[in-house]
Ligand binder design. Sequence first.
Ligand code: RIB
Ligand code: CA
Length: 313
Amino acid sequence: MERRKIILDCDPGHDDAIAILLAGKSKYIELLGITVVAGNQTLEKTTKNALNVCQYLELDVPVYAGCGQPMIRDKQVISEEIHGESGLDGPAFEILERKAEEKHAVLYLIETLMNSDGDITLVPTGPLTNIAMAMRLEPKIVSKIKEIVLMGGTYQLGNVTPAAEFNILADGDAAHVVFTSGCPIVMVGLDVTRKVLCYPSIIERMEKSNSKASQLFGELMRFFNKSQKEVFGWEGGPLHDPVTVAYLIDSSVLKTKEMYTEIDIRGTQSYGRTNCDFFGNSGKKANSKVAVDIDTEKFWDIIEEGIKEYCAE
Ligand code: RIB
Ligand code: CA
């Protein structure tokens, strides 16, 4: 079976870390590289977190540091209240020996895509700054990208503001570049990720496989749940980012609907909103497949299977 070649562009972040875990040993995925962006925490911290996760899980995947601030906006938003001071509070990692690659993530994206057969899927689970900068630096990569499966946006309620979701709000201009690029996009928004809440019973289920991966899952999710409870009052945190990887493992986990999506980059209260034309009123050609429902049972089965891939060792 042909494994899906991906580059995971992320801002670890607890849920990003689970996306790395899920992709890292999957028999359906070839994780070519990890590019890191500022988002949940500063670039220095998100890069360190990506390296720590790869070192802990013994994933032989190159990690590239990317953009440390939004393309245009001078205000960088971080999500310390959810992910903690380190951006990955909870687990106690060993001394970090793994190093990021010298090359900038944007240059890695351009070189890898330009040298490819057009068979690489980009999986952004943080702000879209790296992807947008790569598109602006080398527009030819647009035709070399097989698909972009991103966690971000919502056609309903935001999470940072009533209008906007964090990844898009953090760099709405970058999202505008990506959504107007013409690349095939699958938008995995809060509309479905808020349906996969990682309740304590889920954590206990995943810990049963008793491996390094299950231990990491438990430590990450216990912290994530505590902060989500404090901020949103939920008993389980929404496991946003791994939904993208789960979709690449088994696309039937999501129901999607073709929509024209436009990013509000002029608004004040609604800056960063993904205006998804659910009913087609604009008459504009759809530029994205927007996730509108998720098979939660199938999703947790995929997560469990992904964790068990680490037991064989
Ligand atoms: O809004 C949720 C998204 O913002 C997730 O990707 C989370 O990791 C943060 O980046
Ligand atoms: Ca993220």
